[in-house]
Design a protein around this ligand. Structure first.
Ligand SMILES: [Zn+2]
Length: 225
């Protein structure tokens, strides 16, 4: 078979599982640790995010709730933060960190931050290539058509580029959150936010790394054929 047969492939599978496990465990334990610590600002995640938005030119951004745990996100389509219940109502350092990170994304949009704009523009195309690349790849292998395999790899490369563009956007949102907490004078929030958001960034770095390895592997295999 094309894949599944060699050491390189299994090495990537193992790296992916191990890295995934470590980064998930790390974010969970860091988040749990800081959700026991009350924020120094005496307010909920939603309230602090509201202040951060208002003070940074994003007062038109809404704040709503979303079910689940750590499901928090900023959606540029409705220009709203969607905060999980824990972070919306909670007043822990972890809640404030996550809420301010999402506010950071809204401020990126308000400022027209370029990598953020690029990432948003790529979303529809990446959804398409993510859902189709594996089918094209398998069809190419089964029918023995190298052209289809190459198209599949190109589609996959696109999702890798998307993951790489995501990195600076996420790191910038976290930087904005930490900077805001520093400026608003809460030492404990600043320290906790740094730890929680670094742990979150590591999950993005790990999955981007695994995707790059996968892409290199696919390119290497195709070139040898
Ligand atoms: Zn983010």
């Amino acid at each position: 078979m094309y894949m599944y047969g060699d050491l390189g492939y299994w090495a990537i599978v193992i790296i992916s599982v191990v890295l995934g496990f470590i980064t998930q465990a790390y974010i969970k334990s860091t988040y749990n640790k800081w959700s026991q610590v009350p924020s120094g600002m005496n307010a909920t995640g939603a309230q602090i995010a509201r202040r951060m938005l208002n003070e940074n030119g994003a007062s038109d951004c809404g704040i709503g709730r979303i079910p689940g745990k750590l499901t928090d996100n900023y959606d540029p389509r409705d220009n709203s933060l969607h905060l999980s219940d824990d972070n919306y109502r909670g007043g822990s350092v972890a809640s404030v960190a996550v809420a301010c990170h999402e506010a950071g994304h809204a401020i990126q949009t308000a400022e027209g931050y370029f990598p953020g704009k690029l990432r948003t523009a790529l979303v529809p195309m990446v959804n398409f290539s993510q859902s189709i690349w594996m089918f094209v790849f398998l069809a190419g292998i089964l029918m023995g058509v190298i052209g289809l395999v190459q198209v599949a790899i190109l589609l996959f490369a696109f999702t890798v580029i998307f993951q790489l563009v995501t990195l600076p956007v996420e790191i910038d949102a976290s930087r904005r959150a930490v900077r805001y907490l520093q400026a608003s004078g809460s030492e404990i929030d600043q320290r906790g936010a740094k730890q929680v958001l670094t742990a979150a960034a590591l999950t993005y770095v790990a999955s981007a790394l695994v995707s790059v390895l996968n892409l290199l592997y696919l390119l290497g295999r195709t070139n040898r054929r």
